[in-house]
Design a protein around this ligand. Sequence first.
Ligand code: ADP
Ligand code: MG
Length: 169
Amino acid sequence: MTNSSATELQVTTGSSAQTERLGEVLGNWLLPGDVVLLHGDLGAGKTTLSKGIAHALGVQGTVSSPSFALVNEYALPLFRLFHLDLYRLNDPADLESIGFAELTSAEDGIAIVEWPERAGPMLPDRYLLVEIGYAGESRRSVRISGIPEAGWLKRLRALHQALISSQPA
Ligand code: ADP
Ligand code: MG
């Protein structure tokens, strides 16, 4: 891990398997009510990370991008998981028809959102921001921060510890 601070964690992955594993660490740490926004270009690894999150949360079987439906919902024993991909959002009114505001404010749900910038002013006030950038053909740099910062400080510390423990010495 590089450049991590109390408010921001920075991880570099060297393969899609490592990004999926990072997603698993994240998934094990998430709580019902959390919203995770995944920023990054096409092919950055947002869906790869989402797969790791979903599997850690107990989703069995295939996790694929919900491009055309905009949202995939998984019912888990204790809560629901919503995986959104807004890449194909053409009309902001479609956010209303999928119930975007409810999906990102459900106390018994965790929402993962690819292409969240398309939701503009509909985004919630509180979320975990994950920014994935290219750092080479099979390398990606992943920056994780909580918004608003103050609301995530305590929890980010636990995530930091989990990330350190998950990395080979
Ligand atoms: P997105 O959802 O951001 O468009 P995907 O997760 O669907 O991206 O695709 C990422 C692509 O990049 C996959 O083809 C994957 O194999 C490749 N890849 C190469 N290196 C990495 C890495 N370190 N992390 C994630 N994906 C990687
Ligand atoms: Mg994707």
